[in-house]
Design a protein around this ligand. Structure first.
Ligand code: NI
Length: 226
């Protein structure tokens, strides 16, 4: 399931991130790539332990915490400290699947990557190419979103970033271990939650809405790791 989550960052927060990133060091993106993806990856990123990455990552985490849609769609258990990358003209990332397990450098923390996230930091009109292309069971999805918006998709998906042909595409990217590891179960819970919100808005706290909410929580209780 691929979900577009608008307005994770405000325009002011995007401007702040971009101004800070202008001042930082960029290194070859292959520093965090696995063996297969290292051969496919041609971009730049901010080192994981750079002070700017941690400070800006915290801004992204606060944005996630404000989003009810993120919570409902992802059911996050652990979020990898957000990283930042850029694709200048000519750069790309060929088809790959993200590593299954990620270690947070310099800490004992590790997480299983259930959900991958890309938060766009460049307005779509400022570059050409650079689409995130995600292949899932429903076909191929091409994603390019306004600055401040994010897409989440199953980390099991084969995906690529098409070559940038004009300008430079900046983004934050990271992974989430979900309380519900299975994408099919997570999608069902998301659909049910959306439906319950719709029912509530239409008929209020009808006993059937209360019962449906109970079903949601009892399914989550059955499926969640905490
Ligand atoms: Ni990837």
């Amino acid at each position: 399931m691929l979900v577009h989550i608008p307005n994770i960052l405000t325009p002011a927060e995007v401007d702040h991130c971009r101004a800070e990133l202008e001042e930082t060091v960029w290194v070859d993106g292959r520093v965090t790539a696995g063996r297969q993806s290292a051969e496919a990856k041609f971009n730049l990123q901010v080192p994981e332990d750079a002070p700017q990455a941690r400070a800006l990552g915290d801004i992204v985490l606060k944005g996630l915490a404000r989003s009810a849609l993120f919570a409902s769609a992802v059911l996050p258990l652990k979020v990898f400290p957000p990283l930042f990358n850029r694709y200048d003209t000519g750069m790309r990332f060929d088809a790959h699947v993200d590593n299954a397990v990620r270690f947070v450098t310099g800490t004992p923390v590790r997480l299983r990557t259930d959900v991958s996230a890309t938060l766009f930091l460049t307005a779509p009109e400022d570059y050409d190419g650079g689409e995130l292309v995600v292949q899932d069971t429903y076909g191929t999805h091409s994603v390019k979103l306004p600055a401040g918006d994010m897409v989440v998709y199953p980390s099991t998906s084969l995906h690529n970033v098409t070559p940038v042909t004009r300008g430079s595409r900046w983004a934050s990217f990271f992974w989430i271990q979900s309380m519900v590891r299975d994408d099919g179960k997570r999608s069902l819970l998301f659909d049910l939650d959306e439906a319950i919100q719709g029912v509530r808005q239409t008929i209020g706290e009808h006993p059937a809405a209360v019962q449906l909410t109970g079903v949601y929580h009892n399914l989550l209780r059955r499926w969640a790791d905490t």
